[in-house]
Design a protein around this ligand. Structure first.
Ligand code: FE2
Length: 318
């Protein structure tokens, strides 16, 4: 310490001082390598599109060699190709395509991150079990497994089942409150098989709410009532009439869109893509986007607005 103090004392210039500061884990605020403040949001994440046709084929192929015993979950992560990232889809959320074969059981566990499933293809007989409650997974359904809930999935049908997982794992990585626990048994005991449940949004129910929702410019929106269980993310279904669009918009929220039905075109920042059922779009923070339908279409949106709003960081511009 004495020597260090003497070295600092004998510095003859800033150039003498900088290496001494660095050696003691100090850096001069006027001499830092990177800006720490900027005028407007400057996301590192890229607008991206993923094809379900490709994801499904790749899962079928992987299914020849990898089982749920070995993998715990047979899924493909939709990573944003930025820096050395190989996990996050957008800053706060990760999406994955998951497949489970007939007779398979994806074993129970629980964790801090909130998770949801949006079912793409499944025959009757596919279920999630959430804290002992068995919930069917049928195409178009959304199922929640909120933070800390035990969850497992199994397929008693005669066909492969496919869904999209969306979790707030990247947010948990940023804030660092991660806990993860194995259930300790291969299967989760089933205590209830209800006909409805706050963690289960059935496609038919969503469709009937859409039919009653007001239509503006050919667009109907139905928010899912998740705020009591899901604190970090908001979920919406958006129905577009042919040629209708979401209108150009940007906000400080990050968004992931999954296509439930139909086809169309999207502009997300510099990215121009066409989309079809099962495809996924990543809309990073403060990136202008417009999604236009070619035919009557249904989108499922997950965004991190609740996180930003609770923190006072939500802003948007039309
Ligand atoms: Fe999980």
């Amino acid at each position: 310490m004495r020597t260090t103090l003497q070295s600092v004392q004998s510095a003859q210039s800033l150039d003498d001082l900088y290496p001494l500061l660095a050696a003691n884990h100090l850096t001069a605020g006027w001499h830092k390598k990177r800006a720490s403040l900027w005028k407007t949001p400057n996301t590192a994440f890229l607008p991206r599109h993923w094809s379900y046709e490709l994801g499904r084929l790749a899962l079928d192929q992987a299914g020849r060699w990898i089982g749920t015993e070995l993998a715990e979950r047979r899924n493909l992560l939709l990573f944003n190709p930025v820096g050395d990232n190989d996990y996050d889809t957008v800053r706060t959320m990760v999406a994955a395509y998951q497949m489970i074969k007939p007779g398979e059981y994806a074993r129970p566990h629980r964790h801090t991150p909130n998770a949801l499933r949006f079912v793409l293809d499944a025959k009757p007989g596919v279920f999630s079990v959430v804290d002992g409650v068995q919930l069917p997974m049928l195409p178009g359904d959304v199922l929640l497994t909120p933070s800390g809930c035990w969850h497992s999935h199994f397929n008693d049908s005669d066909s492969n089942a496919y869904w999209i997982d969306i979790l707030d794992v990247p947010l948990v990585h940023l804030l660092e409150p991660m806990f993860f626990e194995e259930f300790g048994q291969a299967h989760q005991p089933v205590e209830q098989q209800p006909l409805s449940h706050p963690f289960w949004f059935q496609s038919a129910q969503v469709q009937s709410e859409l039919n009653q929702a007001p239509q503006t410019g050919g667009v109907r929106r139905v928010p899912l009532h998740t705020a009591d269980h899901f604190l970090t993310q908001a979920l919406n279904f958006i129905q577009l009439q042919p040629q209708a669009s979401t209108q150009k918009h940007r906000s400080t929220a990050s968004r992931i869109f999954s296509v439930a039905q139909g086809s169309g075109h999207a502009t997300v920042g510099e990215l121009q893509v066409t989309w079809q059922p099962g495809d996924v779009l990543a809309v990073p923070s403060w990136t202008e986007f417009e999604i236009r339908a070619h035919e009557t279409s249904l989108l499922f949106e997950v965004n991190d607005e609740p996180t930003l709003k609770k923190l006072g960081f939500y802003k948007e511009s039309a």
